[in-house]
Design a protein around this ligand. Structure first.
Ligand code: ADP
Ligand code: MG
Length: 664
């Protein structure tokens, strides 16, 4: 097409509509705040019957209902129609201007806010995607209109005396058979798509041409369009065999402090059509091309579905197209999808599938944010004047490597004065090479010891340094603690030597463990033992009581490790009570007395005996006479041998102690 013949647009009207953008610049956006959502907007455009197309005399299979909805015949039931509703519906009589002003122009203002925007034309081959995006000299499409407006807008907003200097660059590429080809520089070959640390999608090495006027744009765009891969299929004489992506970047630099920078990207995408190869008559290369087109559109559908279902993995990387559209679908762009459909009956299945895709797309939520960064004051005037001094072509060459470096793992080296202020890590990188080498060999040594530290080996250099520093600090801390412990032990020993009496009086529990204990980083497991209150009181009252041996000894216990399949055996200190047999006998006697003489209420004062069991015991006693021994309890109906044992254990000590302390 010859976009150069773009009919004069109502520029003043458009500029007035869009220029609001300049006044509503947001402040610093994104600092800790989640950007507000912006749903992907979906418009459907129905093209008119085209002369010479098969089926042009048949009645249409789809028709509009109002400005947002349409209906299509239901192939399952001819009595019914399928109805769809979108953000906008443009019928066969709608003009290029209607579509542009209604759906595309409103999102352009976001570019001047430093946000991204995308326009995608989707639909089957021959349904009018290229017509919508490029149009013809008589009916220019979205691309020439948007460029004209944007350039006008940047001229107004970035003029002398305004706070921001604005510049526009363009890149143009196609994705053909999963290859990314630069249409402005066709010799570049297949380019790679990368993502920078902020999640921006980049194509290092992609040509960027600065443009200041619409004539500039045409000068680059028209020859590049001729480089686009097109071929004739039965449906469309100049069928687009690739996805064409025009990228327009709007750069803003604040003229005064704090010298902020903003970048807004506009993607204008003319997708290749999905094709039914039986209808296109594709063979050989055409069939192969069609396979690549269909599979990337299939992935596009999967991406939309994954976003709608909130799946943790969105398959952006499964095709070059979706990787590039990562910003536009579920990403940071204000996006509009224009689904193009045709009225002819033989398009019916393609139309239904395009409408279903469009309906799924309108559920996708994006979160646009402002791409803003601070420029160092020292650099600001230099960079600006460089661009202005060199002129567009030189500036473009100077700008080239900028993108390539963004995707690289190491940040680009900034001038010394600036970078020193920026990053504390800089010190490590400027470390004496000999010291660095020694640290690295220490790291290797630690790794070869096969300890847990080996994870340091695979970490990037700077992180490794930090890790090693932490480990060194921890080692020092352990050494310091060991020294302190030794000092304390020496102090205690010296005191003992001076005053041997103290040794006898002091508890062995305080002195001995110090000598034996070894220092470990992990704290030893502590176990609190709760003893009956009466017992503790007894012990304190009379050191020669019958409950007088509290023995500490190591015992093996099964500990549940994280991996339940491998329980760990650990020695653990615990306390064991040793009680004299007389005391136990007294406890048993006391229980027996209670069983034989106590009322149900008395019995309930015992551990493990509730109302029901107390009544059972009293009933048994009335029937069989007194209990001869406590073990007879298990003859009581409703009390098992196990219950009897646990009853004995629970009560014997308490009762024995009561007996001793009380008047016997
Ligand atoms: P696609 O890019 O989807 O394969 P095209 O944009 O190439 O389809 O359109 C196919 C044909 O239909 C072209 O000849 C084009 O001029 C014509 N056409 C498409 N849309 C319209 C429209 N809205 N009004 C008039 N002609 C149209
Ligand atoms: Mg096309």
């Amino acid at each position: 097409m010859d976009a150069g013949g773009a009919a004069p647009l109502r520029r003043r009207e458009m500029a007035a509509a869009v220029s609001g953008a300049g006044r509503c610049r947001p402040g610093k956006v994104g600092a800790g705040r989640r950007p507000p959502p912006a749903r992907v907007r979906v418009a459907v455009r129905l093209r008119p019957f085209v002369d010479g197309t098969a089926g042009a005399c048949d009645p249409p299979c789809v028709r509009g209902l109002d400005s947002c909805s349409l209906e299509i015949a239901n192939w399952r039931n001819h009595q019914e129609t399928l109805k769809y509703q979108f953000d906008a519906f443009y019928g066969e009589k709608s003009s290029q201007q209607d579509i542009y002003a209604g759906s595309v122009q409103p999102i352009l203002r976001h570019l001047l806010e430093g946000q991204n925007a995308s326009v995608l034309a989707y639909g089957p081959t021959g349904a009018g995607k290229t017509h919508t995006m490029l149009g013809s000299p008589e009916q220019p499409g979205v691309i020439p209109r948007a460029l004209m407006d944007l350039l006008q807008l940047t001229r107004e907003e970035g003029g002398e005396g305004r706070p921001w200097a604005l510049s526009v660059t363009m890149s143009y590429l196609e994705i053909y058979q999963e290859k990314v080809l630069d249409l402005l520089e066709p010799t570049s070959g297949d380019l790679v798509i990368r993502e920078d640390c902020r999640g921006n999608i980049l194509i290092p090495g992609l040509m960027q041409k600065p443009i200041t006027s619409f004539a500039d744009f045409e000068r680059h765009f028209l020859p590049a369009s001729r480089n686009r891969t097109v071929g004739a299929t039965r449906l469309n004489q100049r069928s687009s065999r690739s996805h064409a992506v025009l990228l327009v970047k709007v750069d803003q630099r604040e003229r005064l402090a704090p010298f902020r920078q903003r970048e807004g990207k506009l993607y204008l995408i003319d997708l290749a059509g999905s094709e039914d190869n039986r209808r296109t008559g594709n063979k050989g290369l055409r069939l192969k091309e069609s396979g690549a087109i269909n599979s990337s559109l299939f992935v596009l559908g999967k991406v939309v579905d994954a976003l709608n279902q909130g799946l943790p993995r969105v398959p952006y990387r499964d095709s070059k197209l979706t990787r590039l559209l990562q910003d536009s679908l579920g990403g940071s762009a204000h996006s509009i999808l224009i689904a193009n459909i045709a009225p002819e009956r033989h398009f019916y299945l393609d139309t239904v599938s395009a409408l279903n895709f469009a309906a799924r797309s309108k559920e996708v939520i994006n979160r646009p944010f402002t791409n803003e960064s601070l420029q160092l004051p020292v650099l600001a005037p230099i960079k600006l004047s460089q661009k202005e001094l060199l002129g567009p072509s030189e500036a473009e060459r100077a700008q080239g490597p900028e993108e390539e470096e963004i995707g690289s793992p190491e940040p680009p080296a900034a001038p010394a004065s600036a970078s020193q202020k920026l990053s504390p890590l800089q010190k490590l990188s400027s470390m004496d090479p000999a010291v660095l080498e020694r640290l690295l060999s220490l790291d290797r040594l630690l790794g070869s010891q096969g300890s847990q530290r080996t994870h340091g080996l695979n970490t990037p250099r700077r992180e490794r340094m930090v890790l090693m520093k932490t480990m060194e600090e921890k080692d020092l801390e352990i050494k310091r603690l060991k020294m302190k412990q030794k000092e304390l032990e020496a102090k205690v020993l010296a005191q003992e030597a001076l005053d041997p009496k103290d040794k006898e009086n002091s508890s062995p529990a305080i002195l001995q463990p110090l000598a034996r204990r070894t220092v470990t980083v992990a704290k030893p497991l502590k176990k609190a033992v709760v003893m009956p209150l009466q017992l503790i009181q007894e012990q304190a009252a009379s050191p020669n009581a019958e409950i007088h041996i509290l023995k500490k000894k190591g015992r093996k216990r099964k500990l549940e490790s994280l991996d339940a399949s491998e329980p760990e055996e650990k020695a653990e200190d615990c306390w064991e009570l040793q009680i004299s047999p007389e005391l136990l006998a007294r406890g048993r006697q006391k229980i027996l007395d209670l069983l034989n003489e106590g009322s149900a209420r008395d019995l309930r004062s015992l551990q493990r005996i509730g109302q029901k069991k107390a009544q059972l015991i009293v009933g048994w006693r009335e029937l069989h006479g007194p209990f001869s021994q406590v073990e007879d309890l298990e003859h009581v109906e409703g009390i098992s041998g196990k219950q009897m044992e646990s009853f004995l254990k629970a009560n014997i000590l308490g009762l024995a102690a009561c007996q001793r302390s009380g008047p016997s």
